[in-house]
Design a protein around this ligand. Structure first.
Ligand code: ISE
Length: 368
């Protein structure tokens, strides 16, 4: 096939960023169709990349001039749009959340399974970040021994008032949900949310920061500090504690300068685009390459569903103050894991060649 012809639905901040990346930094792709509920915005972005505007999102998905779809519309629109892509059996990269409720996300995983082809990828870009990939590789190598705990930190410098505690779980903590599942290779089984003293910049009723605690199938503990109004920087960190050592990612990797007035330091990372720009690019390139071969190469519909299910439990935990068990049967009492293939874990794995070859120093060594 020649270049992958893509329809981009939703060209707000994230969609416009993807359009720019796809058209300037990705090989083998061409944006042919743009859709946005704001016609003027759609026209403006389409003109920049010589694409055509299609006013209705479902018509855009069914346009004969496209081979794949990138969805960056608001979450509430995802269910209908992803389903339309499945109806046409074309690859789709959908920004999180896969859908906004558990049954509809589960139904998508089931539908894809019935089609028998991996078509749905969910935009959990951190899996494509070099540091997360290195951490995953380190855990898998066994150099740290059995990973026992994961400590995550997720701080944004500032957000709008629509970031309620519930929104923080669904829109921000969802990343740590996927990171934990990715790194530990197992499901999260329970969620607890601890609401403490809030920053005075949070609107009334919103707890910011919060501490979210997960348990996994094998009994590991995952903690996540979520704080979205720090007024400082974008800080996303993950530490894994293993039986034979620990590892940490997310320290700003910027230039460190020592100056003659006796200070040293670097620059903060202002936001997630700066922190994860390269990861988005890798994500898109691998999605395009895979889509040209009629598949996907990243977190799939089950990962999208599991994230929705864990966040749903998280929201219940937030409101009840209780530890809430995660239900992975889609609320349907259906058999779990409708995944294309063998019904086990998704069949994509880290691209070994693409990962930095990082190994833990010998943590056992000759120490007493
Ligand atoms: C936002 O939607 C993102 O995806 C960012 O990565 C995250 O840091 C932020 O908290 C979310 O709201």
């Amino acid at each position: 096939m020649s270049g992958l012809r893509i329809a981009v639905l939703g060209v707000g901040m994230m969609g416009a960023f993807h359009v720019e990346t796809l058209s300037n930094r990705i090989h083998g792709a061409q944006i042919t169709v743009i859709n946005d509920f704001l016609a003027e915005k759609a026209e403006q972005v389409a003109t920049q990349v010589a694409a055509r505007v299609v006013g209705d999102p479902i018509e855009a998905i069914n346009d004969p001039d496209i081979d794949a779809v990138l969805i960056a519309t608001p979450g509430a629109a995802h269910e209908a749009q992803v389903n339309a892509c499945l109806d046409r059996s074309i690859p789709v990269l959908c920004e999180k959340p896969l859908t906004t409720d558990v049954p509809s996300a589960y139904a998508i995983a089931q539908k894809e399974k019935a089609i028998g082809k991996r078509l749905v990828q969910v935009g959990f870009q951190r899996r494509f970040d070099a540091e997360y990939a290195a951490l995953k590789k380190l855990i898998t190598s066994g150099d740290l021994g059995n990973p026992l705990m994961l400590h995550c930190t997720h701080r944004n410098p500032a957000v709008g008032d629509h970031f309620t505690s519930e929104f923080m779980i669904r829109d921000s903590v969802v990343h740590e949900v996927d990171v934990a599942r990715f790194l530990l290779d197992e499901e999260l089984t329970s969620v607890q949310v601890i609401r403490g003293l809030s920053t005075s910049s949070a609107p009334p009723g919103t707890s910011d920061p919060m501490l979210v605690i997960f348990e996994t199938e094998s009994g590991r503990i995952v903690t996540d500090e979520i704080y979205v109004r720090t007024q400082v920087a974008y800080e996303v960190r993950t530490e894994v504690i293993g039986e034979k050592g620990s590892a940490f990612i997310g320290l700003d990797q910027n230039l460190l300068v020592k100056s003659s007035d006796g200070r040293w330091g670097g620059q903060i990372t202002p936001n997630f685009i700066e922190r994860f720009g390269a990861a988005y690019q890798t994500e898109l390139q691998r999605w395009v390459d895979a889509a040209r071969n009629g598949t996907i190469d990243g977190p799939g519909s089950w990962d999208g569903f599991a994230a929705v299910a864990v966040c749903e439990a998280g929201v219940q935990a937030l409101h009840s103050g209780q530890k809430v068990q995660v239900r992975l049967d889609g609320g349907l009492n259906a058999p779990p894991r409708p995944i294309v293939g063998d019904g086990g874990q998704p069949d994509w794995r880290l691209d070994e060649d693409a990962e930095p070859d990082i190994h833990a120093p010998d943590l056992i060594g000759d120490r007493p």
